[in-house]
Design a protein around this ligand. Structure first.
Ligand code: GRF
Length: 219
């Protein structure tokens, strides 16, 4: 199978980026990271990408007046790297619908909650405050709606009595990494795809998101 080209969009620390990079390096994903692009020039993820010898693009989104124009220019620059798939891994900006329209079904985001619960920020604290018995992460196709696109797969963790937002986040993060790699693997193999606004798995419209199992597979 020829290697797929990935563009990874980041704004922060880049641990999901590292998980993807490791999976590409080990052959677990038949892919290469062609570009790491950020709206935050100071993102640690960019430093990590440069250290790994990956091409980077930094376009500061702060202080830019015309949001839609910035989004369009940014996505054009990302597209110039000719990615097959675009992965948002801690990318903290909602992109305008017109800018992402050409990438429908080829753009994924990982979000640290069991969507549709807790879209947006501060998900670990909000899950605790809501008294949720369970928390988790979701990989979904990107649409113009914030954390609102069709959910492909999820990983779940129980909420423990002495949890803090920090403890919950730390327990979830390794599962996020496995979830993102497994989700991308399912896309690259053709097992999963977006058809209209529905996720299809193994040739059928999915009735619920795939779930990450203890062995790291999606079922
Ligand atoms: C992760 O929790 C991800 O789910 C969320 O932002 C965080 C990014 O972490 N969207 P990292 O930059 O990949 O370490």
């Amino acid at each position: 199978m020829p290697h797929a080209r990935l563009a990874v969009l980041v704004s922060g620390r880049g641990s999901n980026l590292e998980a993807l990079h490791a999976a590409c390096g080990s052959g677990r994903l038949a892919a290469e990271i062609a570009l790491v692009a950020s709206n935050r020039p100071d993102a640690l993820a960019l430093t990590r990408a440069r250290a790994a010898g990956i091409a980077t693009l930094a376009c500061d989104s702060r202080g830019t007046g015309d949001r839609a124009a910035w989004d369009m220019a940014f996505m054009a620059a990302v597209g110039a790297a000719r990615p097959d798939w675009i992965v948002l891994a801690g990318f903290m900006r909602r992109l305008d619908g017109a800018a992402i329209a050409p990438w429908a079904g080829r753009m994924l985001n990982i979000h640290p909650s069991l969507l549709p619960r807790h879209p947006g920020l501060d998900t670990h604290r909000r899950a605790l405050e809501a008294g949720d018995a369970e928390h988790g992460a979701s990989v979904h196709f990107v649409t113009a709606e914030l954390d609102g696109g069709p959910v492909l797969a999820q990983a779940r963790v129980p909420v423990l009595p002495d949890d803090t937002p920090e403890r919950l986040a730390a327990r979830l993060l390794p599962l996020e990494h496995r979830l993102l790699v497994a989700s991308l693997g399912a896309l690259l193999s053709g097992r999963v795809r977006l058809h209209g606004d529905r996720v299809w798995v193994d040739g059928h419209a999915a009735v619920r998101p795939l779930q990450l199992s203890a062995d790291g597979n999606l079922s």
